[in-house]
Write a protein that binds this ligand. Structure first.
Ligand code: ZN
Length: 105
């Protein structure tokens, strides 16, 4: 039996360590834009957040992305991201159930 290492990441809002696939990645692109990266593969510095809107609200309140990504994120950007987050949340939850265990690291 080979033991699998599950990659863990910390949610920037609630500070919990979670398996990567339970988290939504927010990425800072090379042009300093913040995007929700549901594939987890976009280039740039990333911050992870539980796939829950409550954690997004917490991140917004505590300006967690500012700290995690070392940039100033305006309230407008938090609002725009929150809208995107809510949009992807359902897809994310649905995809999670169908994802098979294909991580071989
Ligand atoms: Zn969280």
């Amino acid at each position: 039996m080979k033991q699998r290492k599950i990659p863990l990441r910390k949610c920037v809002a609630c500070q919990q360590m979670m398996p990567k696939k339970e988290l939504i990645r927010v990425v800072k692109t090379p042009s300093d834009e913040l995007l929700i990266d549901i594939t987890g593969k976009k280039a740039g510095r990333g911050a992870y957040l539980c796939g829950k809107s409550s954690c997004f609200k917490l991140a917004k309140k505590s300006r967690a992305f500012d700290r995690a990504l070392k940039i100033t994120v305006s309230p407008e950007i938090y609002d725009a991201l929150e809208r995107d987050f809510i949009k992807v949340e359902d897809d994310f939850l649905a995809a999670k159930d169908t994802v098979d265990d294909d991580e071989d690291e």
